[in-house]
Design a protein. Structure first.
Ligand SMILES: Nc1nc2c([nH]c(=O)n2[C@H]2C[C@H](O)[C@@H](COP(=O)(O)OP(=O)(O)OP(=O)(O)O)O2)c(=O)[nH]1
Length: 189
């Protein structure tokens, strides 16, 4: 079981810091997603990702993003850019153990071929046909902006699978102030 680390990633203190990775094959205008087979969001299509884990050797949230993509898809991203932060709050869990503050990465290069793992089954989708009906409901609010080259800063409050509140922010400092998180020198530290 991985443990959260307040020293890696950006977001609220005492909340899991996590990653999501979106890889695009620009030559073929397609995005690499995957069916999540177990754990949080099982049955949904998502990018690879997961929580920061110092015990797994993570030295930065970027290292977490690379390790999770290796573990879940068998490939190594080589040009990841940190492009946003999404803060997830889950009201259905009184202990808020599902809450996570997630750094969003975008990339176009990787080593290896996407391979199914115990956690994920990779799927390619055309960039103009992202399967939002099989994804978390907030994704269609921000993933199009990410794919258009923008940075994305959002907070979503969920009750189970339903969004009950949301807010978007102009930039990282504005978002961190709004969610009560410490200031950060960099998104991918
Ligand atoms: N696309 C998308 N991903 C989400 C949403 N909510 C949410 O927690 N996630 C992602 C962010 C993280 O990558 C993951 C939660 O982190 P986690 O580490 O608890 O999940 P996990 O079961 O994959 O565990 P692990 O790989 O770290 O062992 O789920 C959402 O609304 N949309």
């Amino acid at each position: 079981m991985a443990t959260a680390s307040a020293s890696i990633g950006v977001g609220r203190a005492g909340v899991k810091h996590t990653t999501l990775v979106y890889l695009v094959d620009q030559a073929a205008s397609r995005i690499l997603l995957a069916l999540k087979k177990r754990g949080m969001g099982a049955g949904k299509v998502n990018g690879p990702g997961g929580k920061a884990d110092v015990s797994a050797g993570d030295t930065s949230i970027r290292a977490t993003a690379i390790r999770e993509t290796q573990e879940e898809m068998g490939i190594t991203p080589t040009d990841l850019q940190a492009r946003g932060l999404i803060s997830f709050v889950f009201t259905n869990d009184g202990e808020h153990s599902w809450d996570n503050d997630c750094t969003i990465f975008f990339g176009t290069q990787w080593d290896g071929e996407p391979t199914e793992s115990d956690e994920m089954a990779p799927e390619w989708h055309p960039l103009d046909a992202v399967p939002y009906d099989r994804m978390w409901p907030d994704d269609e609010l921000w993933l199009p902006d990410l794919l258009a080259g923008k940075e994305v800063y959002w907070q979503f409050t969920f009750d189970g699978d339903a969004i009950v509140d949301s807010a978007s922010y102009a930039d990282l400092p504005t978002m961190l102030a709004a969610i009560g998180a410490p200031e950060a020198a960099a998104l991918d530290a």
